[in-house]
Design a protein around this ligand. Structure first.
Ligand SMILES: NC(=O)c1ccc[n+]([C@@H]2O[C@H](COP(=O)([O-])OP(=O)(O)OC[C@H]3O[C@@H](n4cnc5c(N)ncnc54)[C@H](OP(=O)(O)O)[C@@H]3O)[C@@H](O)[C@H]2O)c1
Length: 245
């Protein structure tokens, strides 16, 4: 699919990766880019049309699908990460917000926009997932569960929408330099690099983007995950527990 001339909608376009997705779409010649955000007043990217949208609010999702009926490229970028463990978290609040946003919110957007994409020739649907869709890191365990659920939904939606010619792209990334990863003192990819890889993939008709070395390693290691992925994660966790004791 060509980005030039397409009509795109990006969720969570007010900051972080979503803002850069919107910028990249404008620079690649999209005819219109809707920047959806809980606070549309915070969408300041030049050339982007602000739209009010909380993806966890079904009435808003339905309203936006009606209002933006010309969309041919949907970027489900909005997400939350509460750095919550499974056992140590005080309650299920963080896990529920993550699942409500990253899984149910994304699912709700896919359902609302499937007929819109069909009416506009099939188009493309991009779901922003994570390397933690593939494995569990105890530091952001419930976030990983929500991204694993969103990976599953992406694979299912691709099958359900194949008949209408919609390209469904799964994007997996490790750390990206945005607010979400601000507390992690590690090497991070730039949001620009991720956005460029994603829209290159859309133009090339590819269904998966593994945006960095860590994501490529983890995906390739899944058949031997308990040998290659989990032992260092356990070591890291044990050291973190010792350090905080
Ligand atoms: N940063 C990373 O290391 C990393 C790595 C892999 C994947 N990702 C994924 O990349 C995507 C973008 O994250 P980011 O790094 O740009 O994080 P970020 O800087 O925290 O931005 C998150 C965006 O999502 C929006 N959002 C959250 N809940 C929403 C809701 N219910 N409805 C509408 N918008 C909502 C936020 O809006 P408000 O301003 O209103 O809060 C904000 O625009 C997320 O799906 C994230 O899980 C991030």
């Amino acid at each position: 699919m060509k980005i030039a001339g397409s009509v795109a909608l990006v969720t969570g376009a007010n900051r972080g990766l979503g803002q850069i997705y919107a910028r990249e779409l404008v620079s690649r010649g999209a005819a219109k880019v809707y920047g959806a955000a809980r606070d549309p007043g915070a969408v300041g990217e030049p050339g982007v049309v602000p739209v009010r949208l909380d993806i966890t609010d079904p009435a808003q999702v339905a309203e936006v699908a009606g209002q933006c009926a010309d969309v041919s490229l949907l970027v489900n970028n909005a997400g939350v990460m509460k750095a919550s463990t499974f056992i140590g978290a005080p309650n299920l609040d963080a896990a529920r917000v993550e699942m409500e946003t990253n899984y149910f919110g994304t699912l709700s957007m896919c359902r609302a926009f499937a007929p819109v994409l069909a009416a506009n020739g099939g188009g493309a649907l991009i779901n922003m997932l994570s390397v933690t869709s593939f494995y569990t890191n105890p530091l952001d365990a419930s976030y990983g569960a929500s991204k694993a659920a969103a990976w599953s939904l992406t694979n299912g939606v691709r099958i359900e929408l194949a008949h209408q010619g919609t390209l469904v792209v799964a994007v997996h990334a490790s750390f990206i330099d945005t607010d979400m990863a601000s507390l992690a003192d590690v090497a991070k990819d730039t949001p620009e690099s991720v956005a460029q890889q994603v829209f290159d993939a859309v133009e090339a008709g590819q269904i998966e983007v593994l945006a960095d070395e860590r994501s490529r390693f983890v995906k390739a290691s899944l058949p031997r995950d308990h040998e290659l992925i989990y032992p260092p994660v356990q070591e890291f966790w044990d050291a973190a527990i010792k350090g905080s004791a």
